[in-house]
Each structure stands twice: as structure tokens, then as C-alpha cells.
Design a protein around this ligand. Structure first.
Ligand SMILES: [Cu+2]
Length: 382
């Protein structure tokens, strides 16, 4: 059993909690991880060698092996996890998710590797998405090498808060727990491990997006999840690589396709450890901002830069007027140079298919980006 197989949600469902623990006990997961980490993995040759003209600095040379990583930041923008949806006797929608914690080495810039702790073998973990008022049930299994928890930013009982010493507290190696609560309030939220020492468990990669749609939905838009994160590769308490969705400068190597004139909505979350403030600056346009995403009208209008402390988040909305390549980045120059910089590639609709192909994307990526609302996802569809 390789970790890549464990990652498959269906496979994980079949495994069940007990056998996942058995895998751990037998050392199978550890062995498969070592196999994954052996040299010789080839870069994904299906991805075009794009955007070499954005020769901003040396980190743009080469590319990351996304297959070996078991995730692709370009897909992470749009791969919402709606859970397994069913209906409770009281008529409430129930969404069940499976999350496991596992150690997994990841490539965070071409040739730079980081011994991450992950949820579902990816950093960030799955982007959980639901509708306000849904019942959320998360089957959590720890197949890692340290105790972990799931702490959600939301409204729930103390027992479900995922902090040490309260309720189940830290979930030990091989342990399981079911977190369950109602999804509220609607907004752009997150979850992360809250085991101690907290800054270690966060900077190792144990976090993910938690998006709750308002019951009435939001206007149609192209939606992206962006989590600002960073990595301390030499464990000196400072970050060496900064990014959105983990891989430094990935969106500079592969500019994100959007259409001229369409509404773009970004669920932006800052989880960066060690640095007190991160920021997002958009070039050549201005955006409206919804702090925490908990309102349907903007809390800030017509700005081009927003700053967030750790765990702060919000929703950005904007449209580009003209075709072209538009930069976005942290307006902390050091962060931008160390990986936190990308481009949108705004094109006329007739050129969109070509823009997708240029960075290895397809119509399915387009569909997931424009029809992401959890309201649309019904039982059997997810
Ligand atoms: Cu942890």
C-alpha cells in the first residue's frame, strides 16, 4: 500500500479506521513513505515548460514534481472537498469527511524538499466545503508519528474544539476520533492541528481551508482557494520559502488562467508561522474584500492590498478589464522573492481553452472553478 493509494478517498473509505491503524502498526505506511521519498522521481513531463519568460529569479528554473508530491497547487485552487453527502432524519444535510494525518516529504520549490506533516498527504490539507447549517462529521485518523488534533475555526462545543486537555485532547499515534458539529457561520475559515508545541505542528503543514457557503449562495464567479504559507527548511525558527498553496513561485511558472471581465473570487487564508503579518497585493486592478467572509457585502471596497495575521482570512472579488499577465504577491518584498509571487493570465473567452492547455489544465478545472458552490452538490454527485 503506497501513500498515493491511501490518498484515494474511496480507497480510504474502504480501508476504514481500524485497518489504517493496522497499516501504521505494521510499518507499511512508513515503508511506503520511504519508497516515495527515494530519488529518481521524474518531473511530470505532461506539464509544459511554461512561463520561462517570467525570469524573475532562479527559483523559476526547473519545476516541482507534483506527482511525487501527490498534489498540484494548480488543482488545489479549485479542488473543493464536499464530503459524502446524505440527509439526516430531521432533514439536515450531513457531510462526512475522512482526514488522516501522515508524515510525507514534499518538494516546496524545484529541488527543495521539506519533511512535512500533512492532512491526507497534502499541504494544505483538503479544502472542506459545505453550506451553513449542514452537519459536519469528520472521521480523523492519525497515521503520523506524533499526536495531532483537528481544530476548526467555527462554532462548536468545547469537546469538538481539538485542543490538548479538553474532550479527547490530542489524538495519539494510531488513534482516531470523530469531530462533529454544525457548520456556522458562513465564511472563509480554516482548520489546523492544535497539538503542542503549536508552532511546530502548524509550520510542518497541518492546516487546510474550511469554506462555509451562505444558504443563499454567492453570485457566480471563478473561485480559487489560496492559502499563504511558508516553510522553515533548516529549522532555525525563520522561513526560507514562502508561497500560496505551498510551492514557491508555482503560479509564476504557470500563470493562472482567467477570463477578461469575469468575476474572480479568492478565498484567501494566512497560515504563515514565525512572521507576524502576511499580505496580498493585486497588480493593475482593485478588489473588494470581505473580512472572514462572514458578510455578503464588502467590509472594504476598492483596495489593492490586504494584510492578514496568522489565521486571518477573507474573500477578494475583482475583474480584469484587459487581456494580459497580471502579477499578485505579498507586499513584503522578501516574501515575494522567496516564492510568494504569481501571475494571473487574463484572456478573452475565445482564448481561454488555449490558456488552460498552456499550463496543463482542462475543461474540468474550468468547471470546478466556476461551479464550486457546495449548494449545487447533491447526494451522489460529490
Ligand atoms: Cu499536530
Amino acid at each position: 500500500m503506497r501513500l498515493s493509494e491511501l490518498v484515494s478517498r474511496r480507497k480510504f473509505l474502504r480501508l476504514g479506521l481500524g485497518s489504517a491503524a493496522a497499516l501504521l502498526g505494521g510499518g507499511v505506511v512508513g515503508n511506503s513513505l520511504r519508497a516515495q521519498n527515494e530519488p529518481g522521481g521524474q518531473p511530470d513531463s505532461t506539464l509544459p515548460q511554461h512561463a520561462a519568460h517570467h525570469d524573475v529569479n532562479s527559483m523559476l528554473v526547473g519545476q516541482v514534481d507534483h506527482k511525487r508530491n501527490l498534489f498540484d497547487p494548480m488543482q488545489m485552487l479549485v479542488d473543493w472537498d464536499y464530503g459524502k453527502v446524505s440527509t439526516l432524519p430531521n432533514g439536515q444535510a450531513l457531510r462526512e469527511y475522512n482526514i488522516f494525518a501522515a508524515d510525507h516529504e514534499i518538494e516546496i520549490a524545484p529541488g527543495i524538499f521539506f519533511p512535512a506533516w500533512t492532512f491526507n498527504a497534502r499541504v494544505p490539507g483538503p479544502s472542506l466545503r459545505c453550506v451553513e447549517g449542514d452537519r459536519i462529521r469528520i472521521h480523523f485518523t492519525n497515521v503520523g508519528t506524533h499526536p495531532h488534533t483537528l481544530h476548526f475555526h467555527g462554532i462548536h462545543t468545547a469537546e469538538m474544539d481539538g485542543v490538548p486537555g479538553v474532550g479527547p485532547g490530542e489524538i495519539g499515534v494510531g488513534g482516531t476520533f470523530v469531530y462533529e458539529f454544525d457548520a456556522e457561520p458562513f465564511g472563509c475559515h480554516l482548520y489546523h492541528c492544535h497539538a503542542q508545541p503549536l508552532k511546530r505542528h502548524i509550520h510542518k503543514g497541518l492546516y487546510g481551508a474550511f469554506i462555509i457557503d451562505p444558504p443563499e449562495g454567492r453570485p457566480p464567479a471563478r473561485e480559487f482557494m489560496m492559502m499563504m504559507n511558508a516553510f522553515d527548511t533548516n529549522f532555525d525558527g525563520e522561513n526560507e520559502i514562502y508561497a500560496v498553496n505551498t510551492v514557491g513561485h508555482e503560479y509564476a511558472r504557470r500563470p493562472i488562467p482567467i477570463k477578461v471581465g469575469e468575476l474572480v473570487r479568492i478565498y484567501l487564508i494566512n497560515i504563515t508561522e514565525f512572521d507576524p503579518i502576511n499580505s496580498f497585493h493585486l497588480h493593475a486592478e482593485f478588489f473588494d474584500y470581505y473580512d472572514h467572509g462572514t458578510t455578503l457585502t464588502p467590509t472594504l471596497r476598492t483596495v489593492d492590498t490586504i494584510m492578514q495575521v496568522q489565521a486571518q482570512r477573507g474573500i477578494l472579488e475583482f475583474r480584469y478589464r484587459w487581456p494580459g499577465q497580471y502579477m499578485f504577491h505579498a507586499h513584503v518584498s522578501e516574501f515575494a522573492e522567496l516564492g510568494w509571487m504569481g501571475f494571473f493570465n487574463a484572456v478573452e473567452p475565445e482564448n481561454f481553452e488555449a490558456a488552460l492547455a498552456e499550463v496543463g489544465l482542462d475543461a474540468e478545472w474550468d468547471r470546478r472553478g466556476t461551479q464550486g458552490s457546495a449548494i449545487q452538490v447533491r447526494e451522489g454527485v460529490s
